[in-house]
Design a protein around this ligand. Structure first.
Ligand code: AMO
Length: 430
């Protein structure tokens, strides 16, 4: 007999024999029988077991194969139960005590403990639901870009030069040579635009040697990267990202109904995303909230306050902050007409930066001069700058942090809750 998924039991007839496989989720014993809840990847179902010798064998979370007949019973969860004839234990359980509750309403364990036992905390359907939504964000990102004529690329993560500047870079001993873990695929995505692909995207890991542990930083995250050739300016990129975000939200609404309900999430509605220059935003923060900002930036508290202002004024959960100063952007960023500024932007979602992007310098001479101006050594970046000698189109792009967009979409309070197996300053296991 073929296995039936619990979700597909709805399509079966009364009295039909079915074979189920899954985990023992719960056992409620009565005098002459027990209700056992079986869980598989698609859901849970109530089993009725009245043979003592079967019941004596069962323990929470062991995996079993069950044969029984289907009964429609409106008092059972989801209106279906299975009267069991036979149970085979196919994966024994060896624990004395579960680390925390898998079937209870509350998990009753610290978040760190849940991460220590990640594969056990993921057994909770709600916890796994986050990753179904994350999967659909990735699916929508990929589908949207393929429809827009982009090529998916896969670039190396062991690289010869840091891309984003700063000290947040992991070093790797590569057969005796000092190399780095990619902070982003920045140089390669630009090089691939120049190589003739014109429009590329990558879904890949990025590494940041963040020395602090915060609710919004990881040391390894998934970067959703986009790079587009033949653009007019950074406004083309914001237009593309706005269209993409709308597409992602519609896709989630069409494909994740069950998970959104389970996680009690209401998706944001987007009309037009407001665009405000960084300087204007800093002035608004000072005037309205008496909040001073660091030079050329807005700190985490400022981002939250500014998001509140945008929500009240424009009824938007998203806002583009534009025109960051050159001193705060990497050397590859295209300078703006306004002295000291760049053609760059961030996208803030419910008060957290989820994207950085901008137009890039595409002229070889200008790029070399800019690298030198910021104290860089062009000779160490020849693998990157070489492409620019052979005719580079005006181009630009952006990157979205996958865990950050997932966290904000689901109103989670910590980025690790949107990370399958997190890497932070205190954690390299499991
Ligand atoms: P940036 O460094 O701003 O820009 O990163 C882009 C986006 O990646 C996410 N992100 C992170 N997520 C979790 N933990 C971290 N430590 C972390 N660091 C960054 C954020 C952020 O907005 N090359 C440019 C992008 C571009 O211009 O195309 C870049 O990497 O969501």
């Amino acid at each position: 007999m073929k296995r039936t998924l619990i979700l597909d039991l709805q399509n079966k007839e009364e009295q039909e024999q079915v074979k189920l496989k899954g985990w023992i989720h719960n056992i409620k014993k009565f005098k002459h029988f027990a209700f056992v809840i079986l869980r598989d990847r698609s859901g849970v179902v109530q089993l009725v077991i009245n043979k003592k010798e079967i019941l004596d064998e069962l323990k929470l979370e062991m995996t079993v194969e069950v044969i029984g007949s289907l009964l429609k019973n409106k008092n059972a969860p989801n209106g279906i139960e299975v009267t069991v004839n036979k149970v085979n234990v196919i994966g024994k359980a060896y624990y004395d005590l579960l680390p925390f509750s898998i079937n209870g309403k509350d998990i009753n364990a610290s978040f760190e403990k849940q991460l220590d036992y990640r594969t056990i905390s993921l057994r909770r359907m709600k916890t796994r639901g986050v990753f179904k939504i994350q999967q659909e964000i990735v699916n929508a990102f990929r589908k949207f870009l393929l429809d827009e004529g982009f090529n998916e690329i896969h670039t190396p993560k062991i690289i010869g030069s840091e891309t984003e500047g700063g000290s947040e870079v992991f070093m790797v001993d590569y057969f005796g040579t000092r190399t780095f873990l990619a902070q982003s695929p920045q140089f390669y995505k630009q090089m691939m635009v120049g190589a003739g692909f014109e429009r590329v995207f990558e879904i890949g890991h990025a590494y940041r040697a963040e020395l602090h542990s915060t609710w919004r930083h990881l040391n390894e995250y998934v970067s959703l990267d986009v790079e587009v050739g033949f653009i007019k300016d950074e406004f083309d990129l914001m237009k593309l990202e706005e269209k993409m975000i709308k597409y992602i939200i519609n896709h989630l609404s069409d494909n994740c109904d069950r998970e959104l309900k389970m996680l009690k999430v209401k998706l944001p509605v987007i009309k037009e995303i407001p665009k405000i220059t960084l300087i204007e935003a800093q002035e608004i923060l000072l005037e309205k909230y008496d909040k001073r900002s660091p030079i050329g930036n807005i700190d985490a508290e400022g981002e939250k306050l500014f998001a509140k202002y945008i929500k009240e004024k424009y009824d938007s959960d998203f806002v583009f902050l534009t025109k960051y100063p050159s001193s705060k952007r990497p050397v590859y960023t295209m300078p703006d007409k306004k002295e000291g500024m760049t053609k760059s932007f961030d996208l803030i979602f419910k008060g957290l930066e989820i994207t950085t992007g901008g137009q890039r310098i595409h002229d070889y001479d200008m790029l070399i001069k800019n690298i030198k101006k910021f104290g860089g050594k062009p000779e160490r970046m020849e693998f990157y700058t070489e492409t620019f000698k052979y005719g580079m189109p005006p181009h630009g792009g952006f990157a979205i942090g996958l865990e950050r967009i997932t966290m904000m979409m689901l109103d989670l309070d910590n980025i690790r809750k949107a990370t399958l197996i997190p890497r932070d300053i205190n954690r390299v296991t499991p």
